[in-house]
Each structure stands twice: as structure tokens, then as C-alpha cells.
Design a binder for this molecule. Structure first.
Ligand code: 6PG
Length: 253
């Protein structure tokens, strides 16, 4: 489903409301909500909105379990770390520390860090192979990547491991990454892309108008097998979408 909103502020508010609704439903139906956060910069506004009193009061933080869809291989207090970004925003909420699962990227090779996180997922999602998140948040890179699944990199073709590592893509920061693989992304009950800015217009058009190839636009590989896929985009990012793109996107699961 494609939802085009006016600007990045409206996108953040809309995303916050969608996440609150998902959390409430997941806790009602399954006793907890499991969320995997996107990194980068776009989501930070949404994360901060979720901690504001009116919205925070509508989230059962005691039953929210927070994971990371990818991480840069830097110390967790490095400003480039996705965990550090979450600490500045969402993790200021009254979450039980035992329900926050950072990807431990220091003191291990990227491959070992990925394997360790896969074990963390196995423990947190017993009997679920692959883990089925209630919601996975994703961004879209200017180069068509998502999470840390970069164009032309081997991680795109990982079909067994739930978490893998990747050398950097063309976009900064030029550090190795740890990332969910497509099996986990596509097992989610809900995937929500947050895409804002004119620099996303070309990859978004190529992906939503069906022109994208996985190698060049890895985000095109996010096609949840049973879950819902929502592209929440602002008008600048949607500026190149013709009717075809909007039509295809509306038909997305
Ligand atoms: C990361 C993210 C990455 C991000 C996109 C979009 O570690 O950087 O996981 O996939 O979501 O690069 O980033 P922006 O939303 O900041 O443009």
C-alpha cells in the first residue's frame, strides 16, 4: 500500500500513529509487540514523536520488544550507530532494558556479530523460523538499498541465515554492517517503509513502477510473504511516480 503525505513532519506523525496501532493490536492478540527499527536519519523524528506524552501514553512499553534491522560496525556510542540514534529518541521511553536488543558490533568480526544476533533472534522468537516481527521499519537509500542490503553485495542472496554482514555500500558511512536478510524482512506481519526527500524519488519510482532489479535496487526484494507492505512517502519522494507507480503500489500486499 502506498501512502503519500505532504512532508516529512506529516510522514513522522503518520508513521507514529501506525506504529501505535500495530503495537496495541499485537499486545492485544499476542501479549507483546516486536519491532525492528530502521536506522539512518528519517526515522528519528518518528521515534521522538512516540516518546511524547500523548503518544507514549498509548503504548504499552512494558510489552514492547525493540530490535534493530541493521547496524553499522562502530561502537554503540558512536554517533553513526543506529543504536545511538535510537538512544537519542525512542529508547528514552520507559522500556524494560531486557527488552532492548542492540546488535553488538564491537569485539567481534562482522560475521560473528551477525551470527550472535541470529542467536538472539532465535531466543526471542522460539518456534518461529524465521522470526516473525510484528513490524519492521525500513528506509530507502538513494542507491535503492534498504537495511544494509546494498546493491551488488552478497548479502542480497543470503536465503538461509537470518542475519548476515555486508561491506559498506556506496553511501556513507564507509563501515561494515550487520543486517537482517530477506527471509526475516519478508516474514514480518507488517513492513513499513519511511521515505522522505527528493533524493529518493528515482529509486522509489523504479521500485514502485516495477522497473527495479534486485541487484540494483535491493529494496525491491522486500515482498512480505503473508504480511502487509506499506510505503509511507512524502510528496517530494513521490514526485516522479506516474499513475502506474501509484497503481502498482496500491496493489501491494
Ligand atoms: C542505515 C539504514 C539505512 C537507511 C537508508 C535510508 O543503517 O543507514 O538502515 O538502510 O534506512 O540509508 O536512510 P535515511 O532514511 O536517513 O535517508
Amino acid at each position: 500500500m502506498l501512502n503519500i503525505v505532504a512532508n516529512a513532519d506529516v510522514l513522522a506523525a503518520t508513521a507514529a500513529e501506525m506504529i501505535i496501532t500495530t503495537c496495541q493490536q499485537a499486545v492485544r492478540e499476542r501479549g507483546r509487540c516486536t519491532i525492528a527499527l530502521a536506522g539512518g536519519s528519517t526515522p528519528e523524528r518518528t521515534y521522538k514523536l512516540l516518546t511524547e506524552p500523548e503518544r507514549s501514553a498509548r503504548i504499552d512499553w512494558s510489552n514492547l520488544w525493540v530490535f534493530f534491522g541493521d547496524e553499522r560496525c562502530v561502537p554503540l556510542d558512536d554517533p553513526r550507530s543506529n543504536f545511538a540514534m535510537a538512544q537519542r529518541s525512542l529508547l528514552k521511553a520507559p522500556l524494560p532494558p531486557a527488552q532492548i536488543f542492540p546488535i553488538a558490533t564491537t569485539g567481534a568480526t562482522p560475521a560473528d556479530a551477525a551470527a550472535a544476533y541470529a542467536r538472539t533472534l532465535a531466543e526471542a522468537f522460539p518456534g518461529s523460523a524465521p522470526p516473525r516481527f510484528d513490524v519492521i521499519l525500513l528506509g530507502l537509500g538513494d542507491d535503492g538499498h534498504t537495511a544494509s542490503l546494498f546493491p551488488g553485495k552478497p548479502a542480497l542472496h543470503e536465503s538461509a541465515a537470518w542475519v548476515t554482514w555486508s561491506p559498506p555500500g556506496v553511501l556513507p558511512p564507509p563501515v561494515d554492517r550487520v543486517t537482517f536478510t530477506f527471509p526475516v524482512l519478508n516474514a514480518a506481519r507488517e513492513v513499513l517503509f519511511l521515505v522522505a526527500g527528493a533524493n529518493k524519488a528515482v529509486p522509489l519510482r523504479d521500485i514502485l513502477e516495477g522497473k527495479a532489479k534486485l541487484e540494483q535496487h535491493p529494496a525491491a526484494g522486500v515482498q512480505p510473504s503473508e504480511g502487509t507492505l506499506t510505503w509511507l512517502v512524502d510528496e517530494t519522494a513521490a514526485s516522479l511516480l506516474g499513475q502506474a507507480g501509484k497503481g502498482i503500489a496500491q496493489g501491494l500486499s
